[in-house]
Write a protein that binds this ligand. Structure first.
Ligand SMILES: Cc1cc2nc3c(=O)[nH]c(=O)nc-3n(C[C@H](O)[C@H](O)[C@H](O)COP(=O)(O)OP(=O)(O)OC[C@H]3O[C@@H](n4cnc5c(N)ncnc54)[C@H](O)[C@@H]3O)c2cc1C
Length: 443
């Protein structure tokens, strides 16, 4: 088919990168339409104004080895910035709060931090973890060679299997760490707190998500965000792909019509397409489908982890953490898994132009005023967002497939293995390869 007409449903990073990769794979003759329910692109990439200071309210951190995201940013001539806008030259300090005291905290110098880590966790566990994470990143990075060659995987499980990472899907993080020789205190006071800030989940999530969370914590390589907001990548990709963009347009259903599909919009219109790419977290479960029978595992509703992101412009109360001055508080407070701790993390995310500090509090439940009063002695701006943030990433050998039927694909199947901007972009490239292979075989 020389001029296929492809629908992409969803305008988050998955849908926008799918549109971009589809343009590369199918050429200028293809007609691409992105349907996005909201009034703007981005989905879980969004910026928020907190008392005059813009902050990332959803996906924030991009790892330097995230090849597709890094390429998008460079190709679109966007700027790389520090993930959290601080005073020039300020190093990030981190503390792990166990509900009574800081079980571990970084120091002013690298040497002192290393010494503190050795005293808390010993020499061996951190080294082993660093090696295991670096090995995982190296294995994962082989995916780019496969995809650039045009390989197309039917499912995240097949993709992980090719990379030698399949067992990380059905093994939990604690087991993966134990198999890497990392046990005990370091797991509970480092790996779990990282899982809690990254995914609101502890090391009972699958090994792949655990290892990627630890890589995202800066254990291997450096981190960045996009100047002006990560969602600018989405806007840039759709525009660069020359895709037709229909914002404020919800897709209600997809029906097979002959060799192609009819996409039914909530507003009542129907549009014909040769191929449909779903790039929404719920995928086929949330759509009325007819004439197609996706595999059963794609039709099961799966739970998402709720993360409340609360942004506070104000001054933290040092006494809550047993400290004398607010200035003694680590920039990022991680927490151990303990039901009595009412939040997952508290991090300094920006310094406003008037010098005030903006904090981000992650929690599994909405934050009560009384907790804010305990944590902050003064606050002059408050914003709260409830995210259906990422799947509950339980170990499973039942991750849904990318291929739902010939001509119907689902990028976000990837999320049930691991959910990051980059892995969504990888899944999008894979789906573009699936579409190209199918169109080539049917022409
Ligand atoms: C608080 C938080 C922090 C995070 N931190 C990081 C991080 O630091 N680094 C990282 O890499 N990842 C992070 N993530 C994860 C990352 O944001 C997601 O993996 C990624 O943004 C998912 O993109 P997506 O396009 O797959 O889905 P989404 O961004 O959810 O996009 C789906 C889009 O589809 C649209 N849609 C849904 N249904 C329909 C329909 N029927 N018709 C039309 N449109 C529809 C939605 O409106 C939405 O815009 C974080 C996520 C959250 C919530």
């Amino acid at each position: 088919m020389s001029s296929p007409n492809v629908a992409v449903v969803g305008g988050g990073i998955a849908g926008c990168s799918a549109a971009w990769f589809l343009r590369q794979a199918l050429g200028e003759g293809a007609s691409l339409t992105v349907y996005e329910r909201d009034s703007q692109l981005g989905g879980r990439l969004a910026t928020l104004d907190v008392g005059g200071t813009p902050v990332e309210s959803g996906g924030t951190i991009i790892h330097e080895t995230n090849r597709y995201l890094a390429n998008f940013v460079d190709h679109l001539a966007l700027e790389r910035v520090e993930p959290h806008q601080r005073e020039e030259g300020d190093a990030d300090s981190v503390g792990v709060w166990d509900g009574r005291r800081f079980a571990f905290r970084t120091r002013n110098s690298v040497l002192m931090t290393r010494l503190a880590a050795v005293l808390s966790f010993g020499v061996v566990a951190p080294l082993r973890l660093q090696r295991a994470v670096a090995r995982g990143v190296e294995q994962w990075n082989q995916v780019y060679e496969h995809l650039e060659r045009g390989t197309a995987f039917d499912s995240p499980a097949a993709l992980c299997s090719e990379l030698g990472l399949a067992e990380l899907l059905y093994k939990d993080g604690r087991q993966w760490l134990a198999d890497s020789g990392v046990r005990g205190r370091f797991v509970d006071q480092y790996a779990t707190p990282v899982g809690r800030i990254m995914y609101g989940q502890d090391v009972s999530m699958n090994g792949l998500a655990t290892s990627i969370a630890l890589a995202g914590a800066g254990l291997a390589g450096s981190l960045f965000s996009v100047g002006g907001g990560n969602r600018r990548v989405c806007e840039g990709l759709v525009s660069d792909a020359g895709a037709m963009l229909q914002t404020g347009t919800e897709v209600a259903g997809v029906s097979r019509e002959g060799a192609g599909f009819t996409v039914r919009l909530s507003e009542g219109r129907s549009v014909s397409h040769d191929v449909v790419v779903l790039a929404t977290p719920a995928g086929p479960v949330a759509l009325a489908l007819s004439g197609v029978e996706p595999p059963e595992s794609a039709l099961r509703a799966r739970p998402f982890q709720i993360t409340w992101a609360t942004f506070i412009k104000g001054t933290p109360r040092a006494e809550y953490f047993g400290l004398a001055r607010a200035g003694d508080l680590p920039d990022t407070v991680l927490t151990v898994e303990d039901d009595t701790i009412p939040f997952s993390s508290l991090g300094l995310v920006a310094t406003s132009t008037d010098g005030a500090l903006v904090y981000k509090l992650f929690s599994r439940d909405p934050v009560a005023e009384s907790l804010l009063d305990q944590l902050f002695c003064s606050r002059d701006a408050l914003e709260q967002i409830r995210w259906e943030a990422y799947p509950v990433l339980r170990p499973s050998d039942d991750v849904p497939p990318f291929r739902l039927a010939d001509g119907l694909y689902w990028v976000n199947a990837m999320e049930f293995a691991v959910s990051t901007m980059e892995t969504e972009a990888v899944a999008a490239r894979n789906v573009a390869n699936l579409v190209a292979a199918q169109l080539a075989s049917s022409s």
